[in-house]
Structures are given as C-alpha cells and as structure tokens.
Design a protein around this ligand. Structure first.
Ligand SMILES: Cc1cc2nc3c(=O)[nH]c(=O)nc-3n(C[C@H](O)[C@H](O)[C@H](O)COP(=O)(O)OP(=O)(O)OC[C@H]3O[C@@H](n4cnc5c(N)ncnc54)[C@H](O)[C@@H]3O)c2cc1C
Length: 522
C-alpha cells in the first residue's frame, strides 16, 4: 500500500485530503465524493471508524464505544443521522431500537433511586409523575423549552450561523433567555423537584460536565432528542456502518489509504498547499479536512510552524480537554436472561453529578458507570447461552499521567474488578463467576488506537463560555487557515456520534461551496 501511494503521490493532486477515518472523516469523505470532488482519505490505523468500531475476543465481537445514537429515529420520525445515511448516502445498514431510555440506580443511602425510564417524551413524563408526584408541570416546561431550542438550532443551520436577530427575538425567546444558564440553574427556576431532577438528569454523564456547569441549551436539547427519537444501534456494531461508509466512498470514486499517517499539513501564505505522510509522500491539495483535533493540528501538523496563526494557538490553549474513557468489556458464559440482566442501559451513580465528576479527577475507581448489556437490544449478538456486557466510566485525562509503567496492569485490573463489583452490588446480578472473556481499555488504550490527546473521548469541554451557541456564532471566525476545516468530536457541536457524523457532513458542505466558487467542481 505504501508503494502504491508513493507511486501516485508524485503525480497526483487531490481537491480535498481528509485526515482520519473516524465518524467525522468518513462522512466528510462520503459527502465530498458524492458531490464529485476528487478525495483522498488517509487513516493511520488499519481500519475505519476511530472509536466507532468493534473487536473480537474468543467467541465475542464487542462494540468498542457506542451505547446509542440519539438522532436516528424510526421511519415516522427521522433524525438527522438517519436522513444522512439512508436518504442521502443510500446506505444499507441494519439498525435496532434499544428497549428503554435507561435504568438509573443511585446508590447514595440518603438519596436512593432505582427506576427504569421509557422513551417518548409523554411516556417519560407519565412515568416521572408516578415516581415524583406533582413534578409534571415543571418538567413539561423543561421539554417545551428544549423543543424550542432544537428548532432554534435548525434555524441556525439554515442561516449558516448568521441568524436574523428579529426572528430570534420573536420566535425563539426561551432559547435566548435560557442560553447563558446552566442546567441546574434553569431546572431550579422551573421548580423541578430534586428527585425529578436526579431522574431527568441521568444522561448528564454523556456530556462530561456536571449539571451545575453544563449549559441548559445543550443538555435539554440532548435529552429531548433522545427521548423523542429513541436510541438506535447498528446490528453489526459500529464497524458495520463504518465499513459501509468506506464502501460508499470508493463507490463514489474516492480513494482511501489505511496505515498512512499524515505528519505535516503544508501551508504557504496562510493557505493549504498539500500534506506529507509518515512515508514521506507529498500530496498536493488546497483543502484539508482534519478529523484529528485542532490541538494536534496546530501544535504538531502545520508546517512550517511560522504558519500557525497566534489566534489558533490561543484558541486551543483556552479550551479544556474533555474526559478520557475507561471500559471493561465482558463476554459472559450465561445468557442475559439467566443472569437476570433485564435492561440494555444502566446508569449506576454513587452520588450527584458534582461528586461523580470529582471522582473522575482521582486515580481510583470512579463513583459511577454507564453499562450496556448488548443482548437486550440485539439478542443474537453473542452465541446462544452467552451475553456481552460493557462497563464504561471516565477520568480526567491528566490523572493517568502519574501512572508508572510497572503499576499500569495492576491498576487497570483493580479498577475493572471494583467496577464489576459496583455493578453487582447495585443490581444484585452476579458477573464474576461467568466471565469467559475480559478486555480492559484505559485512556492509554484510546490514545494508542486513535491518537487522541491523552485518551480523551469527549472533545473539548463545553463550558458555558465555549458551548454550542458560542461555537455556532463563531462558525466563520474560527477559520484560521484558508482551506482547513475540522470534522469530528472536537468540533462545534461537541463530541459524540451524532455530532461527529454531522460535523463531517457540514465541513464537506463548506468545502464544496469553496470548490464550486473556485470552479473546481460544478
Ligand atoms: C468508550 C466510549 C464510549 C462512547 N459512547 C458513546 C455513545 O454512546 N454515544 C455517543 O454519541 N458517543 C460516544 N462516544 C464518543 C464517540 O465515540 C466519539 O465522540 C466519536 O466517535 C468521535 O468521532 P471523531 O469523528 O471525532 O473521530 P475519532 O473516533 O476520534 O477518529 C479520528 C480518526 O483519525 C485518525 N487520525 C488521527 N490523527 C491522524 C493522522 N495524523 N493521520 C491519519 N489519521 C489520523 C485516528 O486514527 C482515528 O481513526 C464514546 C466513546 C468511547 C471511547
């Protein structure tokens, strides 16, 4: 493959080079190739997907990361990802809906909760009212505002980040009113009772910030979308659809090279002029879409260094890197039914969001986990009489700096054991004696496979000053080098499957507009 690229690189130039075949890179390449651009996608690993993949141990094929896609939806209520994959790309992928929104178990003795919440905003409200009588009206207001926020973002997209102020003031008043506040602040003002807040906020850990720091805009829109569309997963793991995207890119005439790392993005007078790979191949292009983070691009890849704009360095330095992942993957020698695993999605929390976030800053077993039993969505995902369970928790990435190589294995085994016990104690399900296969991924593992900075899986933290509205409003201002776009979890909409899939498509649309203006494509 290396010779193949070396041979052609000299004579070839591309309309666009995409760095990285994660969710964002794959959709960027698909949209561009579909629109007639000459595209080269370069991935340092030997397969597509980045975090969105799978791996095999013994009799089990494990999903690496996805718990659920919350912008997919059924035929009757199609989310953005479904529309992109099925209607625009014509991808043939098999998806299933997960059975429930989540089971939340709060183990704090002062504040115990054990409840399984359904999908559908109305059904969710009914169940919440039964759990916390009298909360309905306040939570209904929460969802009404969330719906308005979602509509406001559709309007932002339509106007390419340049909304008409008059329309905003007239039609999206609550969106504007709540924009500067955190989830906690708005829920308190709406008068949502504390227990109802705990149940409604279970999904907060997927934002990676406690409810007193994550903006209401982002959180409310996410939980509303999730309940409205339902959660969906690919039957053949994430690898099923990422390989389908690989095939689509080729079908549209795009070229993909694996095992090829981009070492340099060549820039002259503030414009992209090409890239250089780890094999020393130079490829001409005036457009790069990077699925690698701005931190990596501005600190390591732009060449020469004198071409890195000062503002870009200030921007990446101001941002805070989000949380890193820690996962225990279990292949069990008994069925979910025999083990008593009834739900697909479990949130187990030892306290409120501040306590959990604080526990992620220490090199010890975190006080919470988000765990999935895959068989409860895809019954035949493992051989008959077996099941797959994966336990996910988080850490501040810098916490793992202090781990010495000689302590690494013992530490990850200890944390994995204690997370398994945390699950057993909270649910009463015995796992330990049924473990046939076990794999443990730490922040070091994620950094090794995807080259993400310190194993971060959550992009940049979406603090109120750097949250989704601020990022959308500066859609044009954050472009620092002509021809350079970003796609993926470090982008405007933040981390996660939907955001990174959508961001690749948006980066491609910007690049297509540029290519059309320059007369490169029609
Ligand atoms: C354990 C875990 C659980 C998660 N659960 C969920 C969930 O349930 N729902 C959800 O929405 N999100 C979840 N996420 C987050 C989600 O997986 C990510 O936000 C998303 O997949 C990131 O996609 P991306 O486009 O940023 O690409 P990435 O996955 O970061 O991929 C980037 C790609 O670029 C390649 N690359 C980097 N540098 C170079 C270079 N110089 N040259 C060539 N290639 C390069 C990498 O190898 C990689 O393939 C989870 C993540 C993890 C790890």
């Amino acid at each position: 493959m290396s010779e193949q690229i070396a041979e052609q690189a000299i004579k070839d130039s591309y309309d666009v080079v995409i760095i990285g075949a994660g969710n964002g890179g794959l959709t960027a390449a698909t949209t561009l190739a579909m629109n007639g651009a000459k595209v080269l996608l370069l991935e340092q690993h030997n397969l597509p997907g980045g975090f969105a993949t799978s791996f095999v141990r013994g009799r089990f094929e494990f999903e690496t990361s996805l718990h659920e896609l919350d912008e997919y939806g059924p035929e009757s209520n199609q989310g953005a990802v479904k529309r992109l994959f099925e209607k625009r790309y014509n991808l043939d992928i098999d998806m299933v809906r997960v059975p429930e929104a989540y089971r939340l178990i709060i183990t704090d003795p002062e504040n115990k909760v054990d409840v399984t919440m359904p999908f559908g905003v109305e059904t969710f409200l009914d169940k919440l009212e039964r759990e916390v009588p009298g909360c309905r009206e306040s939570v209904q207001k929460f969802f009404d505002i969330a719906r308005e926020i979602r509509d406001a973002f559709s309007y932002f997209m339509k106007t390419r980040g340049k909304p008409d102020q008059k329309v905003l003031f007239k039609e999206y008043t609550n969106f504007l009113k709540t924009a500067p506040y955190t989830t906690q602040e708005v829920e308190d003002v709406l008068g949502i009772p504390k227990k109802a807040q705990d149940i409604l906020n279970a999904y907060w850990c997927y934002m990676g910030l406690p409810t007193n720091r994550v903006t209401f805009t982002l959180f409310s829109m996410m939980i509303f979308t999730y309940l409205d569309f339902g959660g969906y997963i690919p039957t053949n793991r994430s690898h099923g659809y990422t390989t389908a995207l690989d095939a689509k890119i080729r079908e549209f005439g795009g070229r993909i090279e694996y095992n090829t790392k981009v070492e340099k993005i060549l820039v002259e007078n503030g414009k992209i002029i090409g890239i250089e790979t780890s094999k020393g191949d130079k490829i001409k292009t005036n457009n790069v879409i990077s699925n690698a983070s701005p931190t990596l691009v501005y600190n390591r890849l732009i060449h020469p260094k004198s071409e890195v704009p000062e503002i870009a360095i200030k921007e990446v330095n101001a941002r805070v890197h989000g949380l890193a992942g820690f996962v225990v993957y279990l292949g069990l020698d008994a069925s979910a039914e025999d083990l008593g695993l009834k739900e697909y999605s479990y949130f187990i929390m030892g306290g409120n969001s501040e306590i959990l976030y604080e526990s992620w800053s220490k090199l010890e077993t975190p006080k919470g986990q988000a765990t999935v039993c895959l068989n409860n969505a895809i019954p035949n995902c493992s051989p008959p009489g077996t099941s797959i369970l994966f336990i996910t928790t988080l850490f501040k990435p810098e916490v793992w700096y202090d781990v010495k190589p000689e302590d690494y294995v013992n530490l990850k085994n200890k944390i994995a054991k204690e997370l398994i016990e945390q699950f057993e104690n909270a649910t009463g399900v015995s796992l330990k004696e049924h473990i046939e296969e076990i794999e443990i991924a730490t922040p070091v593992t994620f950094a090794r496979f995807t080259k993400t900075y310190n194993g971060g899986i959550y992009g940049y933290e979406m603090e109120p000053w750097d949250s989704i509205i601020a990022r959308f409003m500066s859609m044009e201002a954050d472009k620092h080098i002509e021809g350079l776009e970003f796609a993926g979890g470090y982008g405007r909409r933040g981390h996660g499957y939907n955001s990174s899939i959508g961001s690749g498509n948006v980066a491609a649309l910007y690049t297509i507009a540029k290519l059309k203006k320059e007369g490169v494509i029609e």
